[in-house]
Design a protein around this ligand. Structure first.
Ligand code: NI
Length: 261
């Protein structure tokens, strides 16, 4: 079965038909989804969705493009909510210099504090990093992010960087971008790293694969991504789906009945 390791079903884009999409999961082979928070208010929505469905787990944290001046209470709240058995990771956290707002120092502060929080609560991290490779690597090394490991989601850097993150104990998240015609770098990464280090993700409602590029994305399109990865690795889509299912359970420290280990 397919494990979508990164989705945003709390997004308003799904308000009309969220449950209808979920109802199609069994037929499409979607077995498990991690719904990922991006702001403090979104954490409640993510947890509500996870609690209402046994095939959904949650990641909680603050996205670099969404961080506001930090208060101690916000971090305390994330820490407290980690006691919830549905919470499998801290995320998404990281650095985004593409939009370059808010201020880089504020992004770095949230990133570092959430990495350390993840170590305190012993959860893996989901890292969002865009146009910020060097600073991301530097902070992760400084904070010893390999202590918890996690995933570099929507990976957009070089094969060399992918190998370095893997050496630190991280999985590489691959989604719709790998199907884009001009995605030479991501294809090179997929071909060059072991399948044992890849996890599938949508980042839905964003990042729909070709031929749905630009449309609203959902986990239902992940078989397309699995087929593209299989082609790049000279294997079958079934093998990709089976291996990435195992990888995702290792990533989120879950056993295959969905319980936290
Ligand atoms: Ni995301």
């Amino acid at each position: 079965m397919i494990f979508d390791t990164h989705a945003h079903y709390d997004d308003a884009a799904f308000d009309e038909d969220r449950e209808e999409i979920f109802a199609r999961f069994p037929h499409a082979g979607i077995g498990m989804v991690c719904d990922v928070a991006s702001t403090i208010p979104s954490i409640d929505a993510v947890l509500d969705i996870a609690h209402a469905h046994d095939f959904i787990v949650a990641a909680i944290g603050v996205h670099p493009s969404e961080c506001e001046p930090m208060t101690g209470e916000q971090l305390d709240r994330i820490r407290d909510l980690c006691a919830d058995p549905k919470v499998v990771a801290i995320g998404e956290i990281g650095l985004d210099y593409h939009w370059d707002t808010p201020d880089r120092d504020l992004q770095k502060e949230w990133f570092e504090k959430q990495i350390l929080l993840a170590q305190e609560v012993k959860k893996p991290i989901i890292v969002h990093s865009r146009d910020a490779a060097q600073d991301t690597m530097e902070i992760m090394k400084k904070c010893r992010a390999g202590r918890t490991g996690g995933v570099i989601h929507c990976f957009s850097y070089s094969l060399e960087m992918a190998r370095e993150f893997i050496r630190m104990g991280f999985f590489i998240g691959i989604g719709g971008v790998v199907t884009f015609k001009n995605a030479r770098k991501v294809k090179e990464v997929v071909a060059g790293i072991p399948l044992e280090k890849i996890v599938l993700e949508t980042d839905c409602p964003y990042m729909a694969p070709t031929p749905h590029r630009g449309e609203r994305n959902s986990s239902l399109y992940l078989p397309i991504v699995a087929r593209q990865i299989a082609e790049l690795k000279g294997t079958t889509a079934d093998e990709v789906i089976e291996q990435t299912w195992k990888n995702a359970h290792l990533l989120y420290m879950m056993n295959e009945t969905g319980e936290n280990l």
